[in-house]
Write a protein that binds this ligand. Structure first.
Ligand SMILES: [Zn+2]
Length: 278
């Protein structure tokens, strides 16, 4: 081969390489329904790294929250192609608000102020347990959410979920962690009683056994309530960001053990239905 021919061949190969269609990504898209992009005073990962992480793990939608709300505003402002951001108002300025927001009128004001940005779809994640949910400020928050067509993202025990729904039966709740270790029967009863409660599964125990196999109990729950669960990373501490890929692989490992249509619903379909598509 002459040098000239070799050069022509090399150029042809280069052009072919550049125009070859990208390999289709056949992994199921994941909607991360429990994403914190905390900003105290700077995020653990810069915005471009976070966006790259979503692309790498085929996370195409996020329920975005942050403490304070700067991180969520940044994610919305990024207008990243291929990423659907569903922003929620975090009712916390600092971590300590976790333990006092439900009795603090200043937090209710914060929620109303932040809502004025016009793009929020919910309030949360907030933490509440037992009778603390009965406070006047929690009731105001629930009513404000219903009046403004907002979801609630509640890290709550079963008793608090009942109280939240009692405040206003029109409330729509994304139930962070789905009761953690709450027994299946009780969980099943709550999902049956409140059709507007959807379980988010981060830190939820009992889904797989020690060998990674889907348990019979959870196979039955997913079969009975295929429309009622969401996946989430819960990046509440830096360690969760560092293991983001493992968290998503963990979900994919048991999603693969479900019928494809059920797996797709839990991975992204239920979020699309709840929040109205991308
Ligand atoms: Zn959380």
């Amino acid at each position: 081969m002459t040098l000239r021919r070799w050069f022509a061949a090399a150029v042809t190969m280069l052009v072919l390489a550049q125009t070859a269609p990208a390999r289709a990504d056949d992994r199921i898209e994941i909607f991360d329904a429990h994403l914190h992009y905390n900003w105290e005073p700077t995020p653990y990962y810069p915005l471009d790294k976070v966006l790259a992480l979503f692309r790498e793990h085929r996370v195409t939608g996020i329920l975005a929250t942050s403490r304070p709300n700067d991180g969520t505003r940044a994610l919305v402002g990024a207008r990243s192609e291929g990423l659907w951001v569903v922003p929620f108002i975090r009712p916390y300025r600092v971590r300590a608000d976790i333990g006092s927001w439900f009795g603090d009128p200043a937090i209710f004001e914060l929620v109303q102020e932040e809502f004025k940005r016009g793009y929020y779809r919910g309030i949360g994640e907030f933490h509440i347990s037992g009778r603390a949910a009965a406070s006047e400020w929690v009731k105001k928050t629930v009513d404000f959410a219903v009046a403004n067509d907002l979801f609630l993202h509640a890290h709550a025990d079963a008793e608090a979920v009942e109280i939240l729904m009692g405040h206003n039966p029109k409330a729509r709740i994304i139930w962070a962690h789905t009761g953690f270790g709450l027994e299946g029967e009780r969980l099943s009863a709550i999902l049956t009683k409140y059709p507007s409660v959807t379980g988010e599964l981060s830190y939820r125990s009992g889904i797989v056994d020690g060998g990674g196999k889907l348990t019979a109990e959870w196979r039955a729950l997913f079969t009975k309530f295929p429309d009622r669960f969401l996946l989430g990373s819960d990046t509440w501490i830096n360690e969760r960001w560092a293991s983001y890929g493992d968290i998503m692989s963990g979900y994919r490992a048991w999603l693969e053990q479900l019928p494809k249509d059920v797996a797709v619903k839990i991975a992204n379909g239920n979020a699309k239905k709840l929040f109205g598509g991308s």
